[in-house]
Design a protein around this ligand. Structure first.
Ligand SMILES: *[C@@H]1O[C@H](CO)[C@@H](O)[C@H](O)[C@H]1NC(C)=O
Ligand SMILES: *[C@@H]1O[C@H](CO)[C@@H](O)[C@H](O)[C@H]1NC(C)=O
Ligand SMILES: *[C@@H]1O[C@H](CO)[C@@H](O)[C@H](O)[C@H]1NC(C)=O
Ligand SMILES: *[C@@H]1O[C@H](CO)[C@@H](O)[C@H](O)[C@H]1NC(C)=O
Length: 357
């Protein structure tokens, strides 16, 4: 107890408990910060004091996300700040963040959208305290970015489905009821999970041959149902393994793609190429993806405190934030799923910061 209460907060453990209840009880429906403001409903406003960093200040950002280096010329998209309707976000303070996590560990678990957010966070910290020594290593599927002076580890476990994919005699089996991999997540001080983008993958890049659920092996099944089943397995893992006095648990939410202009009332747009500004309203014409409902439904069943980092709507408004042809695929690729850095994931992290302040 008290791991999260540093003496300089000058609060008693019981106050912390109340705060924790306000912040984290009610789980998915608790879309409010400690002071009661909904951080996920709002609009994007132009603010020339952004971005929080220049991409060139982070030599370790992978090519996938370095849009300017890949030739993107417009920069306006980096200068929008997320403005919740009823309050203003506290600007990210890297020193405060690493002090808060001194001697602690943070882990993002999920697919490349988790990598996007992981790189954003390490960059937000490094660019603000460039003289702080760091070490980037990789052990198996886990990438570890350690800020040595603070002994803060910011990690990424690449696990695109959260549940296990196991090589067996018949082939690679996606096991919806199995989450052995969770052993890597035990005891981490802050976990941020995500899975979605791989559930609809078919053809040569689908990384499994069979799907197993309830002891039955199938060639395929309804993908949304598979997603939900895996999330339920994950929810069971959280309830069985998380010690709320030690670990904070977040779910990243569904990061949206922009491949059809009809969904933002621009039917002539076939993808996100050439989009230079966000939508300036508070809602997205195309509505929210159904996967978000599934996720929220499952989060409501988790008994341990888990907070939804509900970035879907605010990211839907950012049709301008993707690499488009300035990503890994180059001119022939069209990436309207990931996000340029600096960019939208910085806001996800800024909100995360506000939720744990
Ligand atoms: C919280 O989110 C729920 C559903 O996502 C929504 O109905 C509710 O209005 C939100 N609460 C606030 C205070 O915005
Ligand atoms: C960031 O936090 C540190 C430590 O709390 C503080 O000294 C500093 O003034 C803050 N920086 C800004 C820009 O608020
Ligand atoms: C960086 O990490 C590697 C692998 O864990 C380790 O061998 C090395 O000593 C570390 N370097 C520093 C400066 O801590
Ligand atoms: C884009 O969305 C519109 C409206 O939902 C739909 O009619 C159209 O077929 C979609 N276009 C593509 C290429 O999927």
């Amino acid at each position: 107890m008290g791991v999260w209460v540093d003496s300089h907060f000058l609060v008693s453990p019981s106050f912390f408990l109340v705060l924790a209840l306000v912040c984290f009880q009610g789980n998915a429906s608790a879309n409010v910060s400690a002071d009661g403001c909904d951080l996920f409903t709002g609009r994007w406003v132009f603010d020339p004091s952004y971005p929080l960093y220049s991409a060139s200040a982070c030599p370790f950002i992978e090519r996938e996300f370095t849009c300017q280096k890949n030739g993107r010329q417009d920069l306006l998209y980096t200068q929008y700040r997320w403005q919740p309707l009823d309050c203003t976000l506290t600007r990210f303070n890297a020193s405060e963040f690493v002090e808060k996590f001194r001697g602690k560990s943070i882990m993002f678990v999920g697919d490349s959208l988790s990598r996007n957010q992981w790189q954003s966070l390490t960059c937000m910290i490094h660019s603000a305290i460039p003289n702080a020594k760091f070490n980037i290593t990789r052990v198996g599927d886990v990438s570890i970015f350690e800020f040595l002076d603070y002994e803060v580890k910011v990690m990424l476990d690449r696990s695109v489905y959260l549940v296990d994919v196991v090589k067996e005699k018949i082939g690679r089996v996606l096991k919806l009821d199995s989450i052995e991999r969770g052993k890597l997540w035990k005891g981490i001080d802050m976990l941020i999970f995500n899975t979605w983008h791989w559930w609809n993958r078919r053809g040569p890049t689908q990384p499994w041959d069979y799907i197993e659920v309830g002891g039955v092996i199938k060639k395929d099944m309804d993908r949304m149902l598979a997603f939900e089943t895996a999330l339920n397995t994950w929810a069971g893992w959280v309830d069985a393994n998380i010690d709320p006095a030690k670990s904070l648990v977040f779910f990243q939410g569904i990061s949206p793609s922009h491949y059809n202009g009809s969904s933002w009332n621009e039917p002539s747009a076939k993808n996100c190429l050439g989009q230079k500004q966000p939508l300036l309203g508070t809602t997205y014409p195309g509505g929210l993806p159904p996967a978000l409902d599934v996720l929220k439904k499952v989060l409501e069943t988790v008994k341990k405190p888990v907070k939804l980092l509900d970035i879907t709507m605010l990211s839907l408004l950012r049709k301008d934030g993707h690499p488009s042809m300035y990503g890994l695929g180059g001119p022939t690729g069209m990436d309207c799923s990931h996000w340029c850095l600096a960019g939208v994931p910085d806001t996800w992290n800024e909100i995360l910061y506000n939720l744990i302040l």
